[in-house]
Design a protein around this ligand. Structure first.
Ligand SMILES: Nc1ncnc2c1ncn2[C@@H]1O[C@H](COP(=O)(O)OP(=O)(O)OP(=O)(O)O)[C@@H](O)[C@H]1O
Ligand SMILES: [Mg+2]
Length: 234
């Protein structure tokens, strides 16, 4: 008998969330976080009720990308995410005070599941999850507990990133997690084989980090915006 109450608590919490988009890619530093943040901004701008959850304990970065300052969830029958640019924003960084969190695998997993169980997302059209690199207990648990999750896979033109991607897609197939499509980031131009969309390398991106309005005006966001339709996100 399974006495763990969390799966049903999480189901209840995510009941009014229409779609959950897990931005993954397994390899580090390929643009998962900027993609997750820009995606949340683009969806919110289109009028969708949007949430963003940064799940990367070791390297939370969405608060930097979006310039979140002085925000903290409110305790109200659980945790209510603060609003940032119209996005309900939750991050593990709220609980780590910007210090490195020396949690071991099972603890990271527990902490993420706990946060999924107590966060009050309310009504959302989209909840975007910024997944940590790699596939570990925590990442697998997110997929197990957030049962509606669909994967948006990020890769780069590098042979190495593509190889890691192919293995990750195989695993999602095995887990029966739907994959929306692959975005090839940091492309030098041209259509990538097997990718639903291409995001070019954008030398202006770095300067826009921390400023959501500027981020929305980058070539990066324009490319991602064009990808929404092929990915079935608008
Ligand atoms: N298309 C692009 N053009 C220029 N710079 C980019 C592009 N995509 C991402 N970057 C830059 O690459 C760096 C890594 O991006 P990001 O942090 O989003 O990667 P990540 O996959 O989330 O990394 P991690 O695995 O550490 O979580 C950032 O400095 C980001 O601004
Ligand atoms: Mg990241």
């Amino acid at each position: 008998m399974n006495l763990d109450p969390r799966p049903s608590v999480i189901d209840e919490r995510l009941k009014n969330v229409r779609r959950i988009i897990a931005v993954t890619g397994w390899k580090g530093g390929i643009g998962k976080s900027v993609t997750a943040c820009a995606l949340a901004l683009l969806l919110a701008k289109k009028g969708y009720k949007t949430g963003l959850f940064d799940l990367d304990f070791a390297g939370a970065s969405d608060h930097l990308i979006l310039g979140a300052k002085g925000l903290f969830p409110k305790e109200e029958k659980g945790l209510e995410p603060p609003l940032l640019e119209g996005i309900k924003f939750m991050s593990v960084v709220f609980f780590s005070e910007n210090k490195a969190v020396p949690l071991r695998g099972a603890n990271v997993s527990d902490a993420i599941i706990e946060l999924l169980a107590i966060t009050q997302w309310g009504d959302l059209d989209f909840l975007v999850l910024d997944m940590p690199p790699g596939i570990n207990d925590a990442a697998l648990d997110v997929m197990r507990f957030a049962r509606k999750a669909e994967v948006l896979a990020v890769t780069t033109p590098s042979l190495i990133a593509r190889d890691v991607l192919a293995r990750s897609l195989e695993l999602y197939r095995g887990l029966k997690v739907p994959v929306l499509g692959v975005v090839e980031n940091m492309s030098e131009g041209g259509k990538a084989k097997g990718a639903a969309a291409v995001i070019r390398r954008d030398s202006g991106l770095e300067k826009a980090l921390g400023r959501p309005a500027a981020l929305l005006k980058t070539a990066f966001s324009a490319d991602l915006g064009r990808a929404l339709k092929p990915l079935g996100l608008s």
